[in-house]
Write a protein that binds this ligand. Structure first.
Ligand code: PBG
Length: 332
């Protein structure tokens, strides 16, 4: 498509910017509550909430409180919630067995939400980092994150999440071959309709810092995740990963982090035309909050502008810690 620009003054592009009505009529992209997936943190206990200092306004919730939060989200029209567990350090093992315990914290949270608020879609995190003391997304052997053994563990974990009633499995681990393995295990186990939203292009990013605080993995992480998460210098590889995951049975794909990787979102949408999501990660959220708290930016305006940027880049939805704030503002 070639943009048409007639010579001045036949065309004055300011004409369609003159009033709110004209701007509304000519706006190409919109942000609605349908675009939001709300990431939440769950912890053991009863009727408690713990603030996450590096993510102002975000709290880890006990399951009962999380169910209430899910109900509020559903009432506002948020279509999906994504659960991340804060696991008791005593349950972390080298083999990560707690990850596929039928009654682990995350699976109990899935069941509780699906019981009480059946209409909200529940998305999970499929990765082993909450379940081992190293803070790595896979099983660690002699300092190496071993791929195939990790995939076997992830399949067991994903199956338990599907059995608990998850609507969307969210593999965030970046192992090779996990989507195909999960997809065939789900088919064989009778979960033919569970969706997989693959974290297909997930970068080894410094923007995840506050999240690791929230799930209690920051102090723990030994080394970095560069042998499995992507190098920030690459974009062709992102498209190969996305193609690969789609061919293995992913229904939806994600780019992560968000704003610094909008080029990857646009390439993905243009190349594949599939449901495309971005994760506006904890560090992106924290930067907006910190600047707003200092009075350096208008936090609400930046929140909306940043989310609109994802829509403009071709995303169908955004995982964002701003989900509730946005939904409330859109509802007002
Ligand atoms: C790990 C996982 C991470 C995030 C989601 N799942 C952190 C990591 O890869 O170290 C980050 C989310 C965020 O920063 O908001 N499986």
């Amino acid at each position: 498509m070639t943009p048409v620009v007639a010579p001045f003054p036949l065309i004055r592009l300011r004409r369609t910017r003159r009033t709110p009505a004209l701007r509304a009529l000519t706006r190409q992209n919109t942000l609605t509550v349908d675009d939001l997936i709300w990431p939440v943190f769950v912890m053991e206990g009863q009727d408690e909430a713990h603030a996450v200092p590096s993510m102002p306004g975000v709290e880890r919730l006990t399951i009962d409180r999380l169910v209430d939060a899910a109900r509020s989200a559903a009432d506002l029209g948020i279509p999906a919630i994504c659960i991340f567990p804060y696991i008791d350090p005593a349950l972390k093992t080298d083999q990560c067995e707690e990850a596929w315990n039928t009654d682990n914290l995350s699976n109990r949270a899935i069941r509780a939400i699906k019981d009480a608020v059946p209409d909200i879609a529940v998305m999970t995190d499929v990765a082993l980092d909450p379940y081992n003391a190293h803070g790595h997304d896979g099983i660690v052997r002699n300092g190496e994150i071993v791929n195939d053994e990790t995939v076997d563990a992830l399949v067991k974990m994903a199956l338990e999440q599907a059995r608990a009633g998850a609507d969307i499995l969210g593999p965030s681990d970046m192992m090779d071959g996990r989507i195909g393995a999960m997809r065939s295990a789900c088919e064989a186990d009778g979960h033919k309709d569970v969706a997989i939203l693959s974290y297909a292009a997930k970068y080894a990013s410094a923007f995840y810092g506050p999240f690791r605080d929230a799930v209690g993995a920051s102090g723990a992480l030994t080394g970095d995740k560069k042998t499995y998460q992507m190098d920030p210098g690459n974009s062709d590889e992102a498209l190969r990963l996305i193609h690969r995951d789609l061919m293995e049975g992913a229904d939806m794909v994600m780019v992560k982090p968000g704003l610094p990787y909008l080029d990857i979102c646009r390439l993905t949408k243009d190349q594949f035309g599939v449901p495309t999501y971005a994760y506006q990660v904890s560090g992106e959220f924290a930067m907006v909050k910190a600047a707003a708290a200092n009075g350096w930016i208008d936090g609400d305006a930046v929140m909306f502008e940043s989310l609109m940027a994802f829509k403009r880049a071709g995303c169908d939805g955004i995982l964002t810690y701003f989900a509730m704030d946005v939904a409330r503002a859109l509802d007002a």
